[in-house]
Design a binder for this molecule. Structure first.
Ligand code: MLT
Length: 264
């Protein structure tokens, strides 16, 4: 699987298939591009699919920047798109990947031909969420990274997935456990300081698809519905899925994605 260096930062990315428009998939926190395996297998026969590991996640080394930001990651991803000669891409971001997608759209609009916002939100952190992230960082500083990750697993997956599909739980745990504590801390900090994109939703002038798991706790269907209305987007609620809807309901997720891409 390929690596490239953009702005002095080494990035690992998955790259499969061919066909326009290319799809750029941006992963959630605290996992990596490996979460997109089912989407790559389903879509690569018709479209080119590129999925980077953001710095420090998956196989990408941590960024040389001391304090990475969501915008810095958006800029890196823009450079990746340009350096691969992808032209303009459909950007699909799930949760934290959605935050990066908003940044990419704001800072590099000419690279974005369409947007898929999955289990994410346009709004910045509330003070309560920012405080929870600070508490998690504190726990990691005390050597309790595993406890923090296990706590996250409880909110990332629906109860149905957690009780009926242990293989999905194991997979998410395995992906998350590859993320070093420093990267988890840096990611929490980056998310705390991300810009609020709520006011930008009605200005989006590319086609948008909003996807959400029926039982998504962190970014629930009510948030997705408001986002879809503001962005004049199609909304699909994926039955039985929680926050990591692409892993929990891959068949429905892929169907929605294929139908969106086919209609562009
Ligand atoms: C994610 O899945 O990327 C996280 O839930 C994002 C967040 O903590 O806001």
């Amino acid at each position: 699987m390929p690596f490239t260096t953009v702005s002095g930062t080494r990035l690992h990315y998955l790259d499969a298939g061919s066909g326009d428009p290319p799809l750029l998939l941006l992963h959630a926190f605290p996992v990596s591009a490996g979460m997109w395996e089912e989407q790559i297998v389903a879509l690569a026969p018709r479209w080119r699919v590129v999925a980077p590991d953001l710095p420090g996640f998956g196989q990408s080394p941590a960024s040389p920047a001391a304090d990475p930001t969501i915008d810095a990651w958006g800029d890196l991803v823009a450079e990746l798109v340009t350096s691969l000669g992808l032209g303009s891409v459909v950007v699909g971001g799930l949760s934290m990947g959605g935050y990066v997608a908003f940044s990419l759209l704001r800072r590099h609009p000419s690279l974005v031909a369409g947007l898929v916002l999955a289990d994410t939100r346009a709004a910045a952190d509330t003070p309560e969420v920012a405080q929870r992230r600070t508490d998690q960082q504190q726990k990691i500083a005390e050597g309790k990274l595993n406890e923090v990750i296990e706590g996250m697993l409880g909110t990332l997956l629906s109860e149905q997935t957690r009780t009926e599909r242990p293989e999905v739980v194991d997979r998410v745990r395995a992906l998350a456990s590859l993320t070093p504590g420093d990267t988890v801390v840096a990611g929490l900090e980056a998310m705390k300081h991300r810009a609020d994109a709520t006011g930008e939703l009605s200005l989006i002038d590319v086609p948008v698809l909003v996807l959400v798991g029926e039982h998504d706790g962190p970014s629930p269907p009510s948030v997705a519905r408001e986002m879809a209305e503001a962005a004049n987007a199609r909304l699909e609620v994926l039955p039985g899925a929680g926050h990591l809807s692409n892993l929990e309901a891959p068949v429905e997720f892929n169907r929605a994605l294929e139908s969106f891409l086919s209609g562009l």
